[in-house]
Ligand binder design. Structure first.
Ligand code: PGA
Length: 251
């Protein structure tokens, strides 16, 4: 556990315009020398400007999706190479909102993650069960299936991050118990070690995501195999994201 650097990642989703870059300035001011890795994934329209703002800071910028191809006739899509060119160092892939809104399956997520790795980006691959799947006691089966199908063979300890995001916890204020989070994170760790060996398996970071807020962050970060968080709503303002970052620094 000691060798993994903790990571606080923010996902702005389809929120934010140029005026919101002030939140990035505020984060830089609040955390001049963070002891954990920090990342923000703003909408694609803000990536280049955001990356310019953090050139003198440890904060990293990521995208929220990418295409499987490097370039071509794909109107409206953005390639991993284009994200990297704009200044991104990572990309969120397979978020449940993309799996649902755009019918992305795990095979597509895997191809996108491979494209991200080939462009030199870190892939933050999301997995998570629905409430019905949890109630039917299928959580670990679902997570195991998503994991093996979504993670490409190009994964290394540095370019792979898994975010466990139970769909029923995203944007709902409902959060699993520490035991429920720990069960899934221990399971993901064991699966990664089995597939990739102890080197990659123990180096890849595992984030919890879904209604992480300042008042529950310390509880989440105390759970085994939780190396940080993927934060949606609470990452939109420095006022809310900053206490979560501080809780991770103190975990
Ligand atoms: P939330 O979103 O923190 O607003 O629940 C988390 C996510 O979807 O990554």
């Amino acid at each position: 556990m000691g060798m993994r650097r903790k990571l606080a990642a923010g996902n702005w989703k389809m929120n934010g315009t140029l005026a919101d870059l002030a939140q990035i300035e505020a984060l830089k001011t609040a955390h001049p020398d963070p002891s954990v890795d920090l990342m923000l994934c703003p909408p694609a329209t803000l990536i280049h400007a955001a990356a310019g703002l953090v050139r003198d800071h440890a904060l990293r910028i990521g995208g929220q999706d990418c295409h499987t191809q490097v370039a071509g006739a794909h109107t409206g899509d953005i390639s991993a190479a284009q994200l990297a060119d704009a200044g991104a160092q990572a990309v969120i892939l397979g978020h449940s909102e993309r799996r649902e809104d755009h019918e992305e399956d795990s095979e597509t997520v895997r191809a996108k993650a491979r494209a991200a790795h080939e462009a030199g980006l870190m892939a933050v691959i999301c997995v998570g069960e629905s409430l019905a799947q949890r109630e039917a006691l299928n959580t670990l089966d679902i997570i195991g299936g998503q994991l093996s199908a979504s993670v490409p063979d190009t994964a290394t300890g540095e370019n792979l991050v898994i975010a466990y995001e139970p769909i029923w916890a995203i944007g709902t204020g409902r959060i699993p118990t520490p035991d429920q989070i720990g069960e899934v994170h221990d399971f993901i760790r064991a699966r990664l070690e089995r597939r990739f060996g102890a080197g990659v398996g123990r180096s890849a970071r595992l984030l919890y995501g879904g209604s992480v807020k300042p008042d529950n962050a310390a509880t989440v970060f105390a759970v085994s195999n939780v190396d940080g968080a993927l934060v949606g709503g609470a990452s939109l303002t420095a006022d809310e994201f900053s206490p979560i970052i501080k809780a991770l620094e103190q975990a």
